[in-house]
Design a protein around this ligand. Structure first.
Ligand SMILES: CC(C)=CCNc1ncnc2c1ncn2[C@@H]1O[C@H](COP(=O)(O)O)[C@@H](O)[C@H]1O
Length: 274
């Protein structure tokens, strides 16, 4: 979906297509998303539907497997990377979009590839900044019930059918997460990352929130309600770093996870094979 006429891939027909996994089609050609089909409830009293589901689900495993293979292949050359999340709804002329571009650029100039969800808004902003910095700009898009394409600043892109395959790629190939202001999707991605770090599924994985005015209320609630009532440990709050200046994003990542050669030998100080 291109909102910027100056963008490298402005295509007047691009808004009129959608993706089903790697397949590009006009909206009128498509039915439900793959995720919706996978998660659809089937009435257990309906023997025919049950039998059909059993058969379809077995075959579906192969499609899921192939999506992992394609994802691992596409991402295998990615070096150091940071995944940036944030609202799909930011307008390109908003201050938050400009902030996202500066974050993407700062990460790119520091030598990180930038991975996003490949969509519009904050994702596009971070991809734009990374592209402009000459860094690898990666977009991992997802099939949605409405038309959607990779944003025009993505240099390496993939369209996923399955949300959980895409989420694996976000974590597996990144050294850190950065969250720009966002809504449900961003909160989901933030809390998934937090849970993975809290449960030590990933270690040395900094999570940086950009914008203290936006995130401050959430942090207050986490401290005053979650920690105060014993739902999380007070130290869990240390898993998050809040910054306002894009340059501080890089500093926060490098302070929390020194991944440069020689600073973090694999297997010695907590790095794990993901
Ligand atoms: C205009 C519009 C709503 C487009 C949606 N298009 C999207 N394309 C790709 N990833 C997305 C999209 N919407 C949500 N996400 C995922 O959820 C996050 C944003 O969700 P939200 O806007 O904060 O809740 C992103 O980091 C991204 O990984």
């Amino acid at each position: 979906m291109s909102t910027d006429p100056e963008s490298p891939a402005a295509d007047p027909a691009a808004d009129d297509v959608c993706y089903v996994g790697p397949i590009r089609m006009r909206p009128e050609q498509r039915g439900k998303t793959t995720d919706r089909r996978l998660l659809e409830w089937v009435d257990p009293r309906d023997a025919d539907r049950r039998a059909e589901r059993t058969m379809r689900d077995s075959w579906r495993v192969l499609r899921i497997q192939s999506e992992f293979v394609a994802g691992f292949d596409a991402m295998s050359e990615v070096a150091e990377a940071v995944t940036v999340f944030g609202s799909a709804r930011l307008a390109p002329d908003s201050p938050e979009y400009a902030l996202g571009v500066r974050v993407g650029r700062a990460l790119g100039e520091a030598g990180y590839a930038v991975i996003t969800g490949g969509g519009p808004g904050a994702m596009q902003a971070a991809n734009q900044g990374a592209h402009e910095a000459g860094a690898q700009s990666i977009g991992l898009n997802i099939e949605l019930p409405f038309e959607q394409g990779l944003n025009p600043w993505v240099d390496l892109g993939m369209n996923f059918r399955y949300f959980f395959v895409r989420k694996t790629m976000f974590v597996k190939y990144a050294q850190a997460f950065v969250c720009l202001p966002g809504g449900m999707g961003t909160l989901d991605e933030l809390f998934e990352a937090l849970t993975l770090v809290q449960t030590k599924k990933v270690v040395r994985f900094p999570i940086v929130l950009v914008g203290s005015d936006f995130w401050g209320g959430l942090l207050d609630w986490m401290r005053d309600v979650l920690a105060a009532r014993g739902m999380i440990s007070p130290e869990d709050l240390d898993l998050l770093t809040v910054v306002d200046d894009p340059d501080d994003v890089v500093a926060a990542i490098e302070a929390a996870a020194p991944t440069r050669p020689g600073m973090n030998p694999p297997g010695v100080d907590g790095t794990i094979a993901r």
